[in-house]
Design a protein around this ligand. Structure first.
Ligand SMILES: Cc1cc2nc3c(=O)[nH]c(=O)nc-3n(C[C@H](O)[C@H](O)[C@H](O)COP(=O)(O)OP(=O)(O)OC[C@H]3O[C@@H](n4cnc5c(N)ncnc54)[C@H](O)[C@@H]3O)c2cc1C
Length: 438
């Protein structure tokens, strides 16, 4: 049986960071990745077999507010570029789609200001990065986001507008979404306006550029197509077994598989209660991200809505082929991203008469290595489980964007969490080496 100091399961951003930091501390590291590529829930690939490459998973970063991804950009000297400025708008709120730049009449401005002020004030209570999100004094906020908003008795358009943002940002309908998790992102952006203005930066050359940089800085043995199915910790060593029955052994194992996939792996001893609960309950993120090519549009479009199929629809690129739109639908819409007629109907809710020439998407919700999109804590889960999820289980450590203390659900959170588990594991290995030497 092959034997190393550390096995890292998963080569997404958390796994890459954990593997690099474990190797830089002097450990031999084996990375076992189920897919045939690194990057996990990020994937920069060709659209519909054409020359144009697009991001089918994680894409946008806000480096001014996301310290972990910013540090990696500086470390490797990476270049970014930005999404376009929009000049055409669509708002699916209050039961219709309207196209004003600002979709509220003067008599609703005060209500909009009131809810934004409340969100900003409540999010100031959340501490990011240094402690897990489940801070006990915030238990009153770990409630459905719909309850939080409806308690404010807002006009229908304002209520729809406020509910629409987390619906597309989390890929979860807001009755399934913890207000505390929503407010943690508001704290991250620094204000409600930041959700709209700050998330514009993208990696030049794609997210894969950074993953590859991280994976190539230190000596790593990376194996692709290895589907881990069991992890057995006897207290001295951990044995990892894949779907073919091949076994590998390590002093420590770092699991970066997403929460929604933990049920596929058999753990001995069995998982602690919070890990077990989350593996069964799952997190709520089930977005459907779709790219649609339409004839060249003169204006860059941005649309958001609560009752529209796409909760977010925006133009991202115009090339000789036409204009590429990106849309996010929540699972309730039951949209098949490969069904060009269904996508056309969804696009035309915002852009009547605009034909769709081609579509492409990746079905993360039916992908066995993600079984969902990105972290969206359900009501009650943050307080009950987020702190416990960061505690190692014997020699098995859990790191993933889902478990971050800052931007849980983001590339930044994946890097934060990967670095944290590597530091925990490195410290334990160093300590046990000292004890053994003594
Ligand atoms: C459609 C979509 C859009 C998104 N948009 C954004 C965005 O704009 N900005 C942003 O910051 N974030 C975004 N995200 C979220 C972001 O991509 C993720 O939070 C982040 O990439 C997760 O990284 P990770 O390493 O924690 O997990 P993952 O990337 O999921 O990595 C885990 C790895 O473990 C592997 N694995 C799982 N099970 C096994 C097993 N049994 N054996 C072996 N390997 C296994 C997986 O194949 C995967 O490679 C988006 C995600 C999606 C899906």
């Amino acid at each position: 049986m092959e034997s190393v100091d550390v096995i890292v399961i998963g080569a997404g951003f958390a796994g890459a960071t954990a593997a690099r930091d474990s190797a830089l501390a002097g450990n031999s590291v084996l990375v076992l990745e189920g897919r045939d590529r690194p990057g996990g829930r990020t994937w920069y690939r060709q659209f519909d077999g054409r020359d144009q490459k697009l991001e089918f998973g994680g894409t946008w970063i806000a480096p001014t507010r996301q310290p972990f991804v910013r540090a990696e950009i500086e470390r490797y000297g990476l270049d970014l570029f930005q999404s376009p400025n929009y000049s055409q708008f669509g708002w699916g709120i209050g039961g219709a789609v309207s196209h004003e730049r600002f979709p509220f009449p003067p008599e609703e401005w005060a209500a909009l200001e009131r809810v934004i002020a409340k969100i900003d004030t409540d999010s100031d209570r959340v501490q990011l990065f240094d402690v897990p999100l489940g801070q006990p004094e915030l238990a009153d906020l770990d409630i459905p986001f719909t309850d939080y908003v409806h308690a404010l008795n807002l006009p229908a358009r304002v209520s729809d507008f406020i509910l629409a943002w987390p619906t597309f940002y989390f890929g979860a309908y807001p009755d399934k979404l913890s207000t505390l998790h929503v407010l943690s992102w508001n704290k991250g952006f620094g204000s409600a306006v930041g959700w709209y203005l700050l998330l514009v930066d993208k990696f030049l050359g794609g997210t894969g550029v950074l993953v590859e940089k991280i994976l190539s800085e230190a000596p790593l043995d990376i194996r692709y197509g290895v589907d881990v199915r069991s992890i057995d910790d006897d207290g001295q060593r951990v044995v990892v077994t894949d779907a073919d029955g091949t076994q590998f052994s390590a002093r420590n194992v770092i699991v970066t598989a997403p929460i929604n996939t933990w049920e596929r792996i058999s753990f001995t001893p069995g998982l602690p209660s919070s890990h077990q609960a989350m593996s069964v309950e799952k997190q709520a993120g089930e977005s459907v991200k779709v790219w649609a090519l339409v004839p060249k549009q003169d204006d860059f479009f941005f649309g958001a809505g609560m009752h529209t199929t796409f909760k977010w629809l925006a133009s991202e690129y115009t090339t000789a082929d036409g204009t590429y739109l990106v849309g996010f639908a929540s699972a309730e819409a039951d949209l098949d991203g490969n069904d060009i007629e269904a996508v056309t109907r969804a696009v035309q809710e915002y852009l009547p008469g605009v034909p769709v020439l081609a579509v492409d998407f990746h079905d993360w919700n039916n992908d066995q290595f993600s079984n969902g999109t990105w972290m969206a804590y359900k009501p009650g889960q943050v307080i009950a489980h987020s702190a416990a999820l960061q505690v190692p289980h014997g020699r098995v450590y859990f790191g993933n964007s889902d478990l971050a203390s800052g931007w849980a659900g983001w590339i930044d959170g994946a890097i934060e969490s990967g670095a944290r588990v590597a530091a925990q594991s490195n410290a334990a290995l160093a300590e046990s080496s000292v004890v053994a030497a003594g």
